[in-house]
Design a protein around this ligand. Structure first.
Ligand code: ADP
Ligand code: ASP
Ligand code: MG
Length: 420
């Protein structure tokens, strides 16, 4: 008998008929002879609704982090209780638990807590009694007993962490698309589902903005080699398997295109070009705990240089303020920022040995009249920053340039059909 962890996202539990559909799927997996743990998200839109309430009552100031997590964790508490009731109605024994009840122990970084330990003992007891165990995703508890949350999309991480702790045969992430695609099928309807993708590529995609899996979930899966699959809640199919072994396999040059519109850009013009200047510019930013992503510095002739970097959009105002303050001390000519940017990235382990990828990428963008503002590369990815208005045009152009379109001309159906 295998142990399977199944995670269902917000759209899969958005209505009572959908919750009943999940109950039938879980019951069928159980009847096929498997032990099963189900991890749920809140109903679609619920976390955003709760977040908006918190900001309303705080008059747009940052709500208290401890209380915000207390509030946001309630969305998942609703769905686990409803699913367990639906299972009981089908005559299937089940028990539900919040993260704190399981004791998913985390650190105390509210809204982005990290899982430290999982007390799986009583889950194992339930499974032995033949029950389906239903666990609230996205949440845990710190050692003081405060409820914590794991960051947006964090139910994926709960599922993978439970799969690792319980030694599950497979962790299945059920969502509103039937697998991982060559790019977000909402932007490119001719995107193609991948039967499998390497762990390395999935990690890059998640970190470059593809929201299909939370990055922490992919990291966790890699650390414990959890067999991980992305599938549709609404249609049968094999989904996409995340693989850990690539030796001997012929990899495509590019496997996917990711985009991220959550970044903003800061530029400092005319700073003295001397050793230590980059550290002086970025020192105050990193001291304020603001993560910097891409960095570009030009070589100068006249002893002055220009410096550009990107940060998460939510931290842009703070980064700009800090940089403006310090730029005066540095003797910089001007500091300005731009929030209307998007980062487009090519991902593929196959590009390691091919030098021509970058030029094909830049040509495809140039042919559409898209100006590149920044470039960064690693062994298996190339990212460019362009004006946000080119998100769709740029992604489609790259998708075409690297022959990623579905060969049979199929178009993806993104929203699951109503079930019930
Ligand atoms: P859930 O609520 O089930 O966790 P998410 O919205 O977090 O669902 O993730 C699924 C969504 O991820 C899809 O609807 C799709 O728009 C988006 N997505 C982005 N990039 C990709 C990709 N490469 N392949 C598949 N889906 C992607
Ligand atoms: N409900 C949380 C969110 O909307 C967690 C999740 O769905 O994974 O981000
Ligand atoms: Mg998600």
């Amino acid at each position: 008998m295998a142990l399977i962890v199944q995670k269902y996202g917000g759209s899969s539990v958005a209505t009572v008929p959908r919750i009943e559909h999940v109950a039938r799927k879980a019951a069928a997996t159980r009847s096929a002879g498997n032990d099963i743990v189900v991890v749920l998200s809140a109903m679609k839109g619920e976390t955003d609704r709760l977040l908006a309430l918190a900001y309303e009552v705080s008059h747009s100031q940052c709500p208290a982090p401890r209380e915000l997590d207390m509030l946001l964790s309630t969305g998942e508490q609703v769905t686990i209780a409803l699913l367990t009731m639906a299972l009981e109605r089908l005559g299937v024994a089940a028990r539900c638990y919040t993260g704190a009840q399981v004791r998913i122990l985390t650190d105390s970084s509210h809204s982005k807590a990290r899982i430290l330990d999982i007390d799986e003992e009583h889950l194992v007891e339930d499974l032995k009694l033949g029950r389906i165990v239903v666990v609230a995703g996205f949440q845990g508890v710190d050692e003081t007993g405060a409820i914590t949350t794991l960051g947006r999309g964090g139910s994926d991480t709960t599922a993978v962490a439970l799969a690792a702790a319980l030694g599950a045969g497979e962790c299945q992430i059920f969502t509103d698309v039937d697998g991982v695609y060559t790019t977000d099928p909402r932007v490119v309807p001719t995107a193609r589902r991948l039967d499998r993708i390497t762990f390395e590529e999935m990690l890059e995609m998640a970190s470059l903005g593809s929201k299909v899996l939370q990055i922490r979930a992919v990291e966790f899966a890699g650390k414990y080699q959890v067999p991980l699959r992305v599938l549709s809640s609404f249609e049968e199919g094999p989904g996409t398997l995340i693989t850990y072994e690539v030796e001997g396999m012929e990899e495509p040059l590019i496997s996917s295109i990711a985009f991220n519109r959550d970044e903003a850009k800061l530029t400092i013009l005319g700073v003295p070009d001397r050793p230590g200047i980059a550290a002086q510019i970025l020192g105050p930013v990193s001291a304020a705990n603001i993560n910097v992503d891409m960095i570009v510095q030009n070589i100068s002739k006249e002893g002055l240089t220009d410096f550009t970097f990107t940060v998460h959009r939510s931290e842009y105002e703070r980064a700009l303020e800090l940089t403006q303050k310090h730029a005066q001390e540095l003797g910089a000519r001007e500091v300005f920022g731009d929030t209307d940017i998007v980062k487009l990235s090519l991902v593929g382990v196959g590009m390691r040995s091919h030098a021509a990828v970058a030029s094909r990428m830049f040509t495809a963008l140039a042919d559409e009249g898209i100006n590149i503002q920044m470039i960064s590369t690693s062994e298996i990815k190339i990212s460019v920053v362009v004006d946000e208005k080119y998100l769709e045009l740029g992604t489609r152009a790259l998708h075409r340039a690297f022959d990623l379109d579905d060969k049979d001309g199929r178009r993806v159906k993104v929203e699951g059909a109503e079930v019930g």
